[in-house]
Design a protein around this ligand. Structure first.
Ligand SMILES: Cc1ncc(COP(=O)(O)O)c(C=O)c1O
Length: 484
């Protein structure tokens, strides 16, 4: 073990300052928690508010770090064997935006799978870049969207040879990793930049039982949500850079433009601690976690009507992150929405994701054996008490054949109006609409709205499916470009 990795320079500095109990004429205005609402104080205690400091020389500056933040970022880069690391306090959302704004100028083309997180579309809008989509593989039996393969990436590069960069989400929300090394080889063969949204893979580096981490696989830049699986506080993320393909000075400038000037030191300190925890004890912690999840999966697979997604179920070339427990409810007649509601109301249990056919229970380094037992028990009880004979009707297939008329930034610049779904055919979308399942956007700003898409959306509404991006209770109108 690298002895340096047990250090936590940023956390130590913040703690040392908090212990001084200084009289503050600095922001924030709650003055070490004194004015905080009593209910909050009673629950959280006062100490956390002494740590809620802002930028001054003792605790360093996120935008121009010279000591403890700089040191904490250096240790993070070293832990992931990257050249540089930036601490982010607006999640991987800001990291995705920063990666795209670094790699692309206005109208530059960028290749990406269509099942991308909306923060990537946000980055493309901010950069004014032109997206070129790859359709991911869909497992229609299990209603799960896969990742894209190196061959698909190569085909896309040959089709769009001027593209500046490729951005891959790895792993996907279901924890499916692709052959990222193969993709890196292809992308670099054509002298393009490989960006990876590794929001769900901050743990990969620390266990041989997990897929390869993005930097190890050859990514030029990647972003990870330290708060998703590791012990970071919500919004804590890392941006990592390796090699010379990306302009490190531009990354620094872009990150500085995008991030707040009043970062939360609680979030920053938690990133420092999470890195230390993984770099010093990650292998052992993840070993236990994976064993627990494997045992849970085996128990769930003994329950009649439902099944967990396993490595053996995947197509060749893809690898499953075993810390994600995807339960396919297929034969139970229950939807993910129903199971999730029952979990909340009757079993005091929450899952990260539900759709018509599946739920995803995301474990993390804080998950206990008891938590897994509670999940297994809840599923056993629900299947025994609520399973129905009628299997849920399959969704109508959709081709996802879209035509981009203008790039997403231009679409938003033109202004928008609302029209009823029926009248939207032929117009240009001014919004992103992504139904779950399958979690692939059916519309992205700048795309022509087809009859097929309108029929599909109306069918989803009839089935009671909420579409991510819709406003209001029911999807009755679409936002379209004003003059379309
Ligand atoms: C694949 C993916 N990328 C990026 C993000 C954004 O991450 P964050 O919530 O840390 O901003 C998410 C969030 O769920 C995600 O699932």
């Amino acid at each position: 073990m690298d002895a340096e990795q047990s250090r936590t320079p940023l956390f130590d500095t913040v703690l040392k300052h908090a212990k001084k109990r200084m009289v503050s004429f600095h922001t924030p205005g709650h003055k070490n928690g004194r004015s905080i609402d009593k209910r909050f104080l009673k629950f959280a205690g006062r100490n956390i508010f002494y740590m809620d400091v802002t930028v001054f020389s003792e605790v360093d500056s996120l935008h121009d770090p010279t000591h403890c933040i700089r040191e904490a970022q250096r240790l993070a880069a070293r832990a992931y064997e990257a050249d540089r690391a930036y601490f982010l306090i607006n999640g991987s959302t800001v990291g995705n935006q920063a990666m795209i704004l670094t790699a692309c100028n206005t109208f530059d083309e960028i290749i990406l799978p269509r099942n991308t997180h909306k923060s990537i579309i946000g980055g493309i809008i901010l950069a004014g870049a032109t997206p070129r989509y790859i359709q991911p593989i869909i497992d229609r039996n299990n209603n799960i969207v896969y990742n894209v393969s190196p061959q698909q990436v190569e085909d896309a590069i040959q089709r769009y040879p001027k593209a500046k960069a490729v951005i891959i989400t790895n792993p996907t929300y279901h924890g499916i990793s692709t052959n990222l090394e193969g993709i890196a080889e292809v992308v670099h063969k054509y002298d393009k930049i490989l960006l990876v949204d590794e929001a769900h893979g901050p743990h990969f580096k620390f266990s041989d039982r997990l897929p390869k981490s993005a930097i190890d696989a050859g990514a030029d830049m990647c972003v990870q949500s330290t708060h998703k699986i590791l012990s970071g506080m919500s919004q804590g993320s890392l941006l990592l850079i390796k090699g010379k393909r990306v302009d490190a000075m531009r990354v620094k400038r872009v990150v500085s433009v995008l991030q707040t000037t009043s970062p939360s030191y609680i979030i920053l300190a938690s990133i420092d601690l999470a890195r230390m925890q993984m770099a010093t004890r990650g292998e052992e912690i993840l070993d236990k976690l994976i064993d627990m999840c494997d045992a849970g999966r085996r128990q769930i697979n003994r329950i009649e009507h439902i099944a967990c997604l396993r490595q053996e179920d995947l197509l060749p070339g893809f690898q499953l992150d075993p810390t994600k427990i995807t339960v396919m409810l297929g034969q139970s007649g229950l939807s993910g929405y129903e199971v999730s509601r029952l979990f909340n109301e009757k079993y005091n249990l929450q899952v990260d994701y539900e759709d018509l056919y599946n739920i995803i229970a995301i474990s993390g380094v804080g998950t206990s054996k008891q938590d897994i037992n509670q999940l297994v028990f809840a599923l056993q009880d629900i299947c025994a008490k609520y399973a129905k004979r009628k299997v849920i009707k399959p969704l109508p297939p959709l081709s996802f054949a879209t035509e981009m008329v203008v790039n997403p930034m231009q679409a938003l610049e033109k202004g928008m109006k609302r029209v009823s779904i029926n009248k939207a055919v032929g117009m240009i979308s001014a919004q992103i609409l992504s139904p779950y399942p399958p979690g692939i956007p059916v519309l992205i700003p700048g795309e022509r709205i087809t009859r097929e898409v309108c029929d599909y959306l109306q069918e989803l509404v009839k089935m009671g499916i909420r579409v991510s991006g819709q406003e209001g209770h029911k999807l009755q109108t679409l936002k379209v470009v004003k003059e379309s």
